[in-house]
Design a binder for this molecule. Structure first.
Ligand SMILES: Cc1cc2nc3c(=O)[nH]c(=O)nc-3n(C[C@H](O)[C@H](O)[C@H](O)COP(=O)(O)OP(=O)(O)OC[C@H]3O[C@@H](n4cnc5c(N)ncnc54)[C@H](O)[C@@H]3O)c2cc1C
Length: 656
């Protein structure tokens, strides 16, 4: 099949089975290499999304894909609200939502007991759900259908990049095809060629981080079941002793079950149906009827490249970073990469922004990758404790969680993907006025239902689905007159959305902490880059210039805020070093070390007596629960770290 033969919406297609034809390109016959502004390498979800984004901006894009088909089997399944909002802008979201299973509730079990339930979108007034569960091949299928509608996308199957040379003003790519090798030149190359990126290797780069020693079995089963559309996660369930289990419902009545196997498991043996069936049967019950549709065993790593930009080659998606599947941060963060890169590259190629704007892509998305890696690493450490003591604390948290709400906040079965807030981005103008709420500079715009000037209703983000900068202006025409005049005088080409003060717009006013005249300036990727109560034309021009990387003295090649570096340090530290760094705290600032016990002897006796009838294991477990309870009572991680530092002074270094 040729890409352009894909029917609208892809109705009735078996996306897993489609094979795309190799087509000879006129570029292969040229005596000198053809030159293209942008070549995307890799036609996975991230490469396809990037191509659509750029094509919608009017740019011609060549996509080189070594294979001839979309994803097969069971890979990504949870696609987040932010990803869906980006797919809305790319014009392909609705069929995914129609096909997928929308959900927002998660339940966590320990043994037989439910210990925790969470809601990822507890408030009304958002068009898209917290998540949909949809097999990756459906998502890629809808992206391919959308790409087929854009004539400026030239997607070449069976085109494998095997060579790369960087030059001052272009990149040369050598490509293998069934008809031999040819060379292409590109102004910019976007490497979306996955976790084992060829381009990364060709540039002599690597992704560094932590490889986890654990294995998980995926068993996808088709069945009719009454389970609700929720994420269920079990720690140490009776039907799978010693491991965890995750259950998700996907499209086509298929349920995805992930069984933790441990590092020593034999992947080939575990994949055999006769070994999988008893595991599934133990979960579902002896009488359950199901059909096994997919099985695989995966391992994972949390890692990233040091820099996502190497000259004219920009890395996105799994090529740039990798996380464990817990938290669904892989494809979701890759889609945010391309959302960040597309407008910047278009602005650079269009001559509206300096080339250095591309450095801000790298720095912003490296920051986001650090956040994802930190969250993913923490989840993995909780699910697969690395030492007896970490298992002890994990189990102590789970035991306390049934009864104590504070402990539920510590249960970590995967902190699910949310968009990064680009704190400290050099493209953002710091606040001059006071604002409350979470839509701070660097954050993604929040959705809300709107009633527009003509009385029609629309979702805020949907209404913004253009490709340029936008301004939200709050207030009726008269109340917002000053702000509207400032925008007009600035001469900025903005998509202005005025949000009147009606009851129907109440949620938008709340979410943006709006007053009459308030203005939010949004980048093309819908991140807030400035906001004011009453801006002048000069404010707007300066903020726009800054967001385009052209403000005087602006340095775009700097890591974002201190939070990012803290994340990178934390995730690269060896286990135990955070406690050791606590030991470097010279003296307690906040921890009370002067006498503070109301009855010292009673305290001491209570501690000893409580342990009197316990063996060593039970005693340690008790201490772990005690520490957690007292830590919550303290409520300050600063005080806890100081206490750890003081306590560590008495510890003998080295492991028993
Ligand atoms: C078990 C599992 C569960 C997951 N669950 C989730 C989830 O719920 N949510 C989520 O967001 N993510 C999840 N992920 C992660 C997600 O699958 C990946 O993040 C996503 O596929 C990355 O997309 P990509 O386009 O960057 O790379 P890929 O999907 O790997 O695509 C790369 C493409 O590049 C092509 N290519 C490679 N080399 C070359 C070359 N030299 N020349 C030309 N083409 C080339 C490949 O053929 C491929 O088509 C999961 C992953 C796994 C393994």
């Amino acid at each position: 099949m040729h890409l352009h033969e894909l029917p609208a919406q892809g109705a009735g297609l078996d996306f897993e089975a489609i094979r795309f034809d190799y087509r000879h390109s006129a570029d292969q016959d040229r005596a000198t290499p053809a030159r293209h502004p942008i070549v995307v390498v890799g036609g996975g979800p991230i490469g396809l999304s990037q191509a659509i984004d750029l094509a919608q901006r009017g740019l011609p894009v060549v996509v080189l894909e070594r294979g001839d088909r979309l994803s097969t089997g069971s890979r990504a399944l949870c696609f987040s609200k932010r990803t869906l909002e980006i797919f809305d802008r790319l014009g392909c979201c609705q069929p995914m939502v129609d096909k997928g299973v929308s959900w927002h509730t998660g339940r966590v079990f320990f043994g037989n007991d439910e210990v925790y339930q969470f809601d990822l979108l507890p408030e009304e007034g958002h068009e898209r759900p917290a998540f949909i569960n949809l097999q990756q091949y459906y998502v890629e299928g809808q992206l391919a259908v959308r790409a087929a509608q854009l004539p400026n996308i030239d997607l070449r199957w069976h085109n494998k990049v095997v060579g790369l040379q960087q030059h001052d003003d272009h990149v040369a790519l050598d490509i293998d095809t069934p008809q031999g090798r040819y060379t292409l030149h590109a102004d910019y190359v976007i490497a979306c060629d996955g976790a084992r990126s060829t381009l990364r290797e060709l540039l002599g780069q690597e992704s560094r981080g932590q490889v986890f020693r654990d294995r998980f079995l995926i068993a996808d089963v088709r069945m009719q079941a009454e389970f609700p559309a929720e994420r269920w996660f079990w720690f140490e369930p009776p039907f799978h002793r010693g491991g965890s289990v995750l259950l998700h419902r996907q499209a086509d009545s298929v349920w995805r079950i992930d069984f933790q196997l441990g590092w020593d498991a034999d992947p080939e043996k575990e994949k055999q149906p006769e070994n999988i069936r008893p595991r599934v049967q133990a979960l579902l019950g002896a009488d359950a009827q199901f059909e096994l549709v997919w099985a695989s065993v995966y391992t994972f790593a949390c890692l990233r490249m040091d820099s996502f930009r190497h000259g004219r080659v920009l890395f996105a998606g799994d090529a740039a970073h990798g996380v464990s599947p817990f938290g669904a941060r892989g494809a979701n963060s890759g889609v945010q990469d391309i959302d960040n890169l597309g407008w910047k590259l278009a602005a650079v190629l269009g001559g509206q922004a300096p080339e250095s704007l591309l450095d801000s892509y790298a720095r912003e998305r490296e920051y986001a990758a650090d956040e994802n890696i930190l969250n993913s690493t923490r989840s993995t450490d909780f699910i697969t404790p690395k030492s007896p003591i970490s298992r002890m604390f994990r189990d102590a948290v789970l035991r306390l969680a049934g009864e104590h709400r504070f402990a539920r906040t510590l249960v970590n079965s995967g902190r699910l993907s949310v968009p990064a807030v680009l704190h400290g981005s050099v493209l953002s103008t710091p606040d001059r006025d006071e604002f409350a709420g979470s839509v701070v500079p660097g954050a993604c715009a929040a959705d809300a239902p709107l009633q527009l000037e003509d009385g029609s209703t629309q979702w805020l983000l949907r209404r913004l689905s253009g490709n340029g900068f936008a301004a939200l202006v709050f207030g009726d025409a008269q109340a917002a007159a000053g702000s509207l005049r400032a925008i007009e005088t600035s001469g900025a080409a903005l998509d202005v959305l005025r949000i009147g003060e009606s009851a129907a717009n109440q949620l938008a006013w709340q979410r943006y902490d709006a007053r009459p005249g308030t203005v939010y300036l949004l980048r093309p990727d819908q991140h807030v880059c400035a906001r004011w109560r009453a801006p002048t034309a000069a404010d707007i021009s300066a903020a726009l210039q800054r967001a385009m990387g052209g403000a005087a003295g602006q340095v775009l090649d700097q890591p974002l805020g201190t939070q990012a570096s803290a994340h990178s340090t934390a995730q690269r530290e060896a286990p135990g070093t955070s406690a050791q760094s606590a030991a470097r705290v010279p003296a307690a600032q906040y921890l009370i070390t002067t006498p503070n016990l109301d009855a010292p002897d009673d305290f001491y006796e209570a501690l000893i007596d409580t342990h009197a009838l316990l063996d060593n294991g039970a005693s340690h477990a008790l201490n772990a629960r005690l520490v957690l309870l007292l830590a919550n009572h303290i409520g300050s991680s600063q005080v806890l770290r100081e206490a750890l530092a003081q306590a560590l002074r008495g510890a003998t270094p080295g492991k028993a």
